[in-house]
Design a protein around this ligand. Structure first.
Ligand code: ADP
Ligand code: MG
Ligand code: MG
Length: 892
């Protein structure tokens, strides 16, 4: 018989696959001897079966009964007992924490009879009816799918009737009435009364948790966070402990360190006489956790002790949920806590210093996405700003955008390319779409552990929450400032998630210290002074020490090359030459394209050559001593001519005026027509250009080699590599290589600098090149995987055409989890890279292999390239630190 239910003593923190994160950590805490209410966990396997078959496995209910019986005898209460009922919560817990994504139902086991018993044993009817109405509300909303507002409205009415906004002013009679009305709503909405049988309540709740795995919000969150869709969720059934028993009770959340900055201290929120979500839902204002010391010193001391135990045990920052029931502390949850990108770096280094982890482990505690966040611009301190309010610095960053008060609207505007700040009183899980779409999130309610704050930090999105002086009215779509000014949807605000400040209008942004550090603009003293920069510096050195992959940059100008080098680039993996043909050189290119005679063609090439050479001199100088791979001209030539539409419009205007195009214009028009292609991506480009326009690649090679000779003579150490794009057959490469070798001999003779050894290689970006890589390697002295084109040609779709057209559908349908242009499609395009890499090295065992597509700076892709044993990745200068970090992580 399959075991679908586990007692706490049967689990531990490593069993997240089976027991979910919450279940595994509850078991761990139980086994550490911490006070966890008696509980058991239903496995993800049961969930998967339920989702597959539409019903739970037959053994499940029976196994649940056994565990309930065990708890009943342990604590001496019975489920459904009208005099002294056992109550439980049914909680979801997937392998990866999905804050607020799944549903929890508290107080299961209450019904019309047992609520009276509970009132009597607790000697607290208010508490009993408050608990009952919570059950009805949560059960109605999450199990029976009734709109939450229906219940909220009843609560609001009851408070209005008493002239209050505080739920503490409602008494037992109020809650009893509210419970009656909730039952009526349930009967109305579902046509059936609320189930009085606790076992039925329990099973229905378990099923609802299973189903919530596939709720829209959960699916969206998983996609955003790249969590696999087939893991399923576990379900935790926990004996209820009550924070809503009165002043001596309460509930709270806490972090063992500040999740925003990493600093040590007491971080958390506490709410007296409250239950469950109250503390994060922002319904009443919480007090800082440090206040608990005055409220209940013994409970506070015990909590501090437990937090320190947990941190040592998990060797990491933890977050926790706890409840004090009548002065007794209970632990309800812990996990390695989400944190901001900055805190990830600083906490990792603190833990090294505290002797809890090694430097190599510290490297694994951070990732490239976090580093990217630290490199985002922030507000210019010296700029003039109009401060209109401030709240909690819930998730750092600087965000500017137009105010938008609804999540669907925010998604809509973002899809149009507009930048929005999502402004809400508080957020709830339904706001996820808007939060993803927005530049930043602004709320007027809630603390650092509110939904908005937790989710924003998880997403790395700027968030200011609890900015109370900003009167956010979602219904009216207005935000009223203290001075009475009313801001409307569309008005621009700037929010600073690092300080919690909110400004009117657009505040200019500047580079953060981490970027200045990478650019070499900080002195050693400045680095030592800034904990974050120091941590980044330290972890980057660990990464550089560990990694096997070299990291180069894609750079086309001396300026870019200089920046890339500062960022740690060990050469240029892709220097595109096309931009060198634009601007004021365009007429020369036009001449080349339009040349009718050999002389004209040579004249045009001769005109271009010196300019090209100048470009290369600058780049070689910036990358002195490091390899620079120059790609010969790749795009179709008509990209250098005016567009057909443009010309046709010109012609029409001229005709209107009674004239026609002159001879030159007509020539251009004719050329444009002649060269127009149905599929330029698959047309006359890359090596084909070199073959069709004799002299073109030779001119480029000459410019490269002469530049190298000039640098050599000036005492430099230029290391050019010449790369031929879009090769499909070894013959193409052989012809071009021969021509370039001739040029090399000639330039060497002319300059007296031996350049005959300059490597000549090719890009691998066509399927035919992959399957014939063994042959191609006979001619190619290196391979560079152009994974952008290789992705296009492997899938047979063009990036420019598909991203808007059908990608989102493909992602919805799970055909790929994320665009293959962002993260390498390892199964398909990755297999291509692997095949060609192996084949290339069969022919040439010491063959140099690199990647120059955008994937070179993508964390997941970098790990894959490392696993293939490639020599380097090349990415945009700004991503170089990310690639270094991830290459280090991949290697350790
Ligand atoms: P989430 O995954 O959204 O955090 P939880 O399952 O942790 O959901 O539960 C929601 C809230 O209910 C939390 O504040 C939690 O502490 C509280 N809660 C859950 N189970 C119990 C219980 N047995 N007794 C008291 N409070 C509980
Ligand atoms: Mg929780
Ligand atoms: Mg290409």
């Amino acid at each position: 018989m399959t075991k679908f239910v586990y007692a706490l003593s049967e689990g531990d923190r490593d069993q997240k696959d089976l027991l979910g994160g919450k279940g595994a950590n509850l078991a761990e805490m139980h086994n550490m001897g911490l006070p966890v209410p008696p509980s058991f966990t239903i496995t993800t396997e049961a969930c998967k079966e339920y989702l597959k078959q539409g019903s739970e496995p037959a053994e499940m209910a029976e196994q649940i009964d056994e565990h309930i019986a065990r708890i009943e005898s342990e604590i001496g209460k019975k489920l459904g007992d009208p005099d002294n009922p056992l109550l439980v919560s049914v909680r979801s817990g997937a392998k990866f924490s999905m804050p607020g994504m799944m549903e929890t139902v508290l107080n299961i086991g209450l019904n019309d009879e047992s609520v009276k018993g509970l009132a009597k044993v607790a000697d607290n009817p208010r508490f009993a009816y408050d608990s009952y109405r919570r059950l009805l509300q949560m059960f109605g909303k999450t199990v029976l799918d009734i709109e939450g507002e229906k219940f909220e409205d009843v609560l609001d009415e009851a408070k209005d009737a008493k002239g209050t906004t505080n739920d503490l002013d409602l008494d037992a009679a109020d809650f009893e009435k509210i419970a009656e009305r909730f039952k009526a709503i349930i009967a109305d909405e579902t046509g059936k009364p609320f189930p009085q049988d606790p076992k039925e309540q329990l099973l229905e709740a378990v099923r609802a948790v299973f189903r919530s795995w596939n709720s829209e919000r959960a699916v969206l969150y998983r996609r955003q966070e790249r969590i696999p869709a087939d893991l399923g969720t576990a379900v935790n059934v926990c004996t209820m402990v009550f924070g809503n028993l009165g002043e001596t009770s309460g509930t709270g959340v806490a972090f063992t360190r500040d999740p925003a900055s990493g600093s040590q201290g007491i971080y958390g929120d506490y709410l007296q006489n409250a239950q469950g979500e109250d503390v994060v839902a922002g319904i009443r204002n919480t007090v800082p956790l440090s206040d608990l010391e005055d409220i209940d010193k013994p409970a506070y001391d015990e909590l501090m002790e437990i937090m320190s135990t947990l941190e040592k045990h998990y060797r990491d920052l933890c977050d926790i949920e706890f409840t004090v029931q009548d002065k007794k502390l209970w632990m309800l949850q812990t996990r390695v806590g989400k944190r901001t990108a900055g805190a990830a770096f600083t906490v990792a280094c603190q833990l090294v210093d505290e002797g809890l982890i090694s430097e190599e482990e510290a490297l694994q505690r951070v990732n490239g996405d976090q580093l990217v966040q630290l490199m985002f611009p922030r507000f210019d301190e010296s700029a003039e700003k109009e401060l209109i309010g401030s709240g909690m610095n819930a998730s750092p960053g600087a965000a500017v955008g137009e105010l938008c008060f609804s999540s669907p609207k925010a998604a809509e505007l973002a899809a149009e390319g507009r930048k929005v700040i999502l402004a809400r009183r508080e957020t709830n899980p339904d706001d996820l779409v808007g939060m993803i779409a927005a530049q930043g999130i602004l709320t007027s309610r809630g603390g650092k552990t509110s939904h908005a704050a937790v989710v924003a930090r998880g997403m790395g999105k700027t968030c200011v929450c609890g900015a109370e002086e900003l009167g956010i009215d979602v219904g009216a779509e207005t935000m009223t400032l203290k001075d009475g000014t009313v801001m409307k949807a569309g008005d621009v605000v700037s929010i600073n998630g690092t300080t919690g400040e909110v400004f009117k209008g657009e505040v200019p942004v500047v580079d953060p210290p981490v970027v200045k550090y990478f650019e070499g603009k900080l002195s050693e003293a400045e680095i030592a002074d800034d904990e974050l920069v120091r941590a980044v510096h330290r972890i980057m050195s660990v990464a550089d020490r560990q990694r096997a992959l070299k990291v180069r940059a894609n750079a086309d100008t001396g300026e870019d090359a200089t920046r890339a080098r500062l960022f740690g680039a060990e050469g240029i993996g892709l220097c595109r030459t096309e931009h060198m043909f634009l601007g004021d050189r365009r007429p020369l290119v036009e001449k080349l394209i339009l040349a009718e005679t050999e002389e004209e063609k040579h004249a045009a090439l001769d005109g271009l050559a010196p300019m090209q050479k100048g470009d290369f001199v600058e780049i070689f100088e910036a990358m002195d001593g490091l390899p620079v791979t120059v790609r010969l001209l790749d795009p179709p030539l008509h990209e250098f001519l005016p567009s057909h539409i443009e010309l046709a419009a010109q012609a029409a205007v001229l005709k209107e005026r009674g004239t026609t195009m002159d001879a030159d214009q007509k020539k251009i028009m004719a050329a444009v027509e002649r060269m127009s292609e149905q599929n330029p991506m698959l047309g006359l480009r890359g090596v084909r250009l070199g073959l069709v326009i004799p002299g073109l690649f030779e001119m480029q090679a000459k410019a490269i080699l002469e530049a190298a000779a000039e640098r050599k003579k000036a005492g430099g150490d230029p290391r050019p590599e010449i790369m031929i794009p879009l090769v499909a057959a070894v013959q193409e490469l052989e012809i071009m290589k021969e021509a370039i070798k001739e040029v090399a001999v000639a330039v060497s003779d002319e300059t007296g600098v031996d350049l005959t050894d300059v490597p000549i290689g090719t890009m691998i970006e066509l399927p035919r090149a992959v399957v014939t890589a063994k042959q191609i390697a006979e001619s190619a002295e290196f391979f560079s995987f152009g994974t952008n084109d290789l992705t296009q040609t492997t899938w047979g779709f063009s990036r420019d055409d598909v991203e808007g057209a059908f990608f989102s559908r493909y992602i919805d349908k799970g055909i790929f989890g994320v665009s293959p242009f962002e993260t390498l499609d390892i199964a398909g395009v990755g297999a291509m890279v692997e095949i060609a890499a192996k084949a290339g090295r069969e022919t040439r065992p010491d063959m140099h292999l690199g990647v120059c597509g955008e994937h070179g700076g993508d964390p997941a892709s970098v790990h894959f390239f490392h696993s293939l044993g490639l020599d380097y990745v090349s990415c945009s200068p700004f991503r170089v630190p990310v690639a270094r970090l991830e290459a280090g992580r991949a290697a350790s």
